[in-house]
Every structure is written in C-alpha cells, then in structure tokens.
Design a protein around this ligand. Structure first.
Ligand code: GLN
Length: 211
C-alpha cells in the first residue's frame, strides 16, 4: 500500500529537531521555520527530550558518526526511533539511519531496515539533478538534487519505496515513523517532503506513530 503524502498536518503544536553537529542543518531549519513549526538544534542527548521528530541532515557520514559517538547521541537516537517518533535522514543522514553499509566506516545507527552504498555514483558523476516521481506525492515530479549521494541496495520487508532511479535503485524510503532520502529536498523550494515529515511527526503526537 502506498502512503499518501498529504502535507496537511497541524504544525502549530509541533516541535521538531535538526541534528546540528555537522552538515547542512541550517537549510533544513530554514525550510521548517517557513512551514511554521518550532525548531530546535540538537547537539546533545537532552536536546531530544519531548521533540516530535528529528531530521539528520546531509554532510559527511564518517564525521557525523564520530560526533554522534563523542556526544553520546547513538543510544538516545536509537531510542527516539524505537519510541515511534518521526526521524528523517537525508543523504549522509540516510547512511547513518541504515542497518548496514558496504564499507566498515562509518558505523551506522541500525535504525532502518535498509542497506546502503555510499558515494554510489563515483567521482565522475559527483552530483546531478533529476525529476523523480514520488509514490503517493500529488502534483509535479520532485526535483531531486544528488550530491556524492548514497543509494539503497537492500530494503527490508516493512520498508516502502517512495522513489527509485530509472535502474530501479531506491532513493527514497519510508518505514513506519522513519524516512530516508538519498537526495536533498532542503536545497529546493519544494517543501512537500518536509510537509510529509511533519505529518509523520504530527501523527505520532496524536498517539498513532506506527502507521
Ligand atoms: N558522500 C557523503 C557521505 O558518504 C554524503 C554526501 C551528502 O550528505 N551530501 O557521507
């Protein structure tokens, strides 16, 4: 079944966090503020308290991984996801959410039942942009920006593929309260993915996190 991406959740009562230790967290914060939600920068475990959701941004996953260990964020992040609160990883954030990657470093959090390959497009095609149809997303295709992007090479049985490349490799997935994208919606003026994430966060705040 395809989840409908409506983007119509109530935002005023939500507070969401953006992991702000490395990467393009400022861009996510700016989009979320435009959508009218309270946003908290997360650097320490206690910053996760009472948040309705969290975005782990793109950046450099090896650095993100080290900083998560240094600031004791690993367990609290795993617990937040297990509690059913909304968590979305973009690019390096997706790598960190995965169960396994094709290399030994970084060490992912093992939160989503996906396997990921980092830098899947090699040096020749460092970055590219593509119009992607997203399952369940109304309106035009999404303008997806890929920057030294990972792809998903394994999806678990509870994982819904929202978008894939022409060769069928998934690049946007959802698993209950969790979502991951290889690309960077925060670098566009199209806020449909952020709206969808806020819907997930809102659903949990109504006590229906696992749908
Ligand atoms: N290539 C980076 C990594 O492996 C991810 C790039 C990004 O987040 N834009 O961590």
């Amino acid at each position: 079944m395809t989840t409908k991406l409506t983007g119509k959740g109530q935002r005023s009562e939500l507070e969401v966090g953006v992991l702000a230790v490395q990467g393009d967290f400022a861009e996510h914060i700016s989009v979320l503020r435009k959508l009218g939600v309270d946003v908290r920068e997360v650097r320490l475990p206690e910053h996760l308290d009472s948040l309705n959701g969290l975005i782990i941004p793109g950046g450099e996953s090896t650095t993100l991984s080290r900083l998560m260990t240094l600031y004791n964020l690993r367990e609290p992040l795993q617990k937040m996801a297990a509690d059913g609160r909304a968590v979305w990883g973009t690019c390096a954030g997706m790598i960190m959410l995965s169960q396994e990657i094709t290399e030994n470093d970084p060490i992912p959090l093992g939160i989503m039942d996906i396997g990921v390959q980092r830098n899947a497009f090699g040096r020749q095609v460092d970055s590219f942009e593509q119009q992607l149809s997203i399952n369940g997303l109304d309106g035009d295709p999404f303008h997806a920006i890929f920057i030294r992007a990972p792809v998903i090479i394994r999806v678990g049985k509870d994982v819904e593929v929202l978008a894939a490349l022409d060769d069928n490799r998934p690049v946007a997935v959802k698993q209950g309260n969790l979502m991951a994208t290889s690309f960077h919606p925060e670098l566009t003026n199209d806020y449909r993915f952020h709206s969808y994430f806020l819907d997930l966060a809102h659903r949990k705040s109504l006590g229906n996190g696992s749908s």
